[in-house]
Design a binder for this molecule. Structure first.
Ligand SMILES: [Zn+2]
Length: 324
């Protein structure tokens, strides 16, 4: 656990200050220890990660968390092109919006975006996730002095309001209630801070909703993840061939799902397999209409709201907390 992390943390039960006890340290970081609050709450530090996780009670939500934990440990490849992909997910925000800032990657999975954000000059980046994916994330970013990982529920995050920027990419649509998650994140921004979210769109996903989603709900999200991983390999092979043959050309963008699939065609095979797994694995996945997504920002009374489409099948939204 990076020493600077303690100043950002607060007890998720009472918002009180936490005191750290180090049982084992490594290069000045707490490897094993305990965080204690005056209210009596205690949270262990294991493997350099402060652990605040208290999993969701609903079986569907718990299974979603567990399956993402599996996914991000199974698919660890550090992919070329992820820096550009991250900036595309973050648009209209850019490198300048990260530089020097205190940043939260909410639902960091295997930590790919935490890693990129730290490399782009953020002062401190915290990656938070409820699942066991934090192990993979910690391994990926532990060499970076300005990145730290926390295991915690997005609905009860253990932070004060330190963040200049909170981003959440591909996470809120897997919560039982995406808006509840969004509202919970906004609470940890400083006045004038920015929130940035990306979710699946209802618009542009009619084919997926009609043919793939019923299969996910009834079958594939119930398969053991290791079995689904093999099935995803079998399904990804013909898909990857089609991406390479049809969608890598300039004319690919005009084919069905062109914007999305020509983007997918840029990545190597392990990414295609992971995307297939991703779409079939989660018991909870919502597809939000643009107006509903924009409504989250309006109801949170945010300013300078910008909502834009990404790959014609998803929504990016950015806004600012008043003041600051
Ligand atoms: Zn407390």
């Amino acid at each position: 656990m990076k020493p600077w992390l303690l100043a950002l943390l607060a007890c998720p039960e009472c918002a009180g200050e936490l005191a750290a006890r180090a049982d084992q340290t490594e290069a000045g970081e707490i490897e094993t220890g305990l965080l204690r609050c005056a209210c009596g709450a205690e949270f262990p530090v294991r493997g350099g990660i402060p652990r605040f996780a208290r999993g969701p009670a609903r079986p569907e939500a718990r299974s979603t968390v567990e399956r993402f934990g599996y996914q991000w440990r199974a698919f660890r490849d550090r992919l070329p092109g992820y820096r550009e992909a991250f900036l595309d997910w973050m648009a209209p925000l850019g490198e300048a919006d990260l530089r020097g800032g205190v940043v939260l990657d909410a639902g960091c999975g295997g930590g790919r975006f935490t890693d990129v954000a730290a490399s782009l000059g953020a002062r401190m980046v915290v990656g938070a996730d409820l699942s066991e994916s934090v192990e993979a994330a910690q391994e990926l970013v532990r060499h970076r002095a300005n990145a730290g990982i926390v295991q915690a529920d997005l609905l009860r995050l253990p932070f004060r309001q330190p963040f200049d920027l909170v981003f959440t990419i591909g996470v809120l649509h897997h919560l039982p209630d995406g808006e509840e998650g969004f509202t919970a994140l906004v609470r940890h921004l400083r006045p004038g801070g920015r929130v940035h979210a990306w979710v699946y769109g209802r618009e542009g996903n009619e084919w997926l909703l009609r043919f793939v989603d019923p299969v996910r709900k009834r079958l594939t999200s119930r398969l053991p993840p290791a079995v689904l991983r093999v099935a995803a390999l079998a399904l990804a092979a013909p898909l990857h061939l089609a991406l390479r043959v049809l969608y890598r050309r300039r004319s690919g963008a005009r084919l069905p799902y062109g914007a999305y699939l020509s983007w997918l065609a840029r990545f190597p095979f392990p990414h295609t397999q992971q995307v297939v797994f991703d779409h079939l694995s989660a018991p909870i996945a919502h597809y939000y209409p643009r107006d509903e997504f924009r409504g989250w920002f309006e109801k949170a009374r945010l300013e300078d709201i910008v909502v834009s489409a990404r790959n014609a099948n998803s929504w990016r939204g950015t806004a600012r907390v008043p003041g600051g």
